[in-house]
Ligand binder design. Sequence first.
Ligand SMILES: [Zn+2]
Length: 121
Amino acid sequence: MNNVPTHPHWCDRQECTVTPDRPAGAHCSRPVLLRPEDREAMYLRVTLHQSTGLPVLCVEGFDQDPAKDPNPLALLALSTRQAAITVHLLRRLVRLATRDVVGPGWVRPRSGNSADQRYRS
Ligand SMILES: [Zn+2]
């Protein structure tokens, strides 16, 4: 019998824990790290995992750079269906949140024109 594991095309062998000796490990994609623009947001590390079932999208939240503290404060594991719906909802919320923002720190008044921009600190 062939004990060489088959990896999904998205699996990063550096992150994967499936080996011929540990077939119960998990395939893992290369992590993507999103850094916050301000102190109210978190560092996010997003990966795709698959152990025995279907792939899940994992989102880990950190209060500081995970290179300094690798222990996440929060972890979300989303099915691909949940992730697709979340993407749609997040897009709508981002549009609502940024509708009046024209740049970092710049806000366009609702009734004004683009020449009427002002800086909000
Ligand atoms: Zn793998």
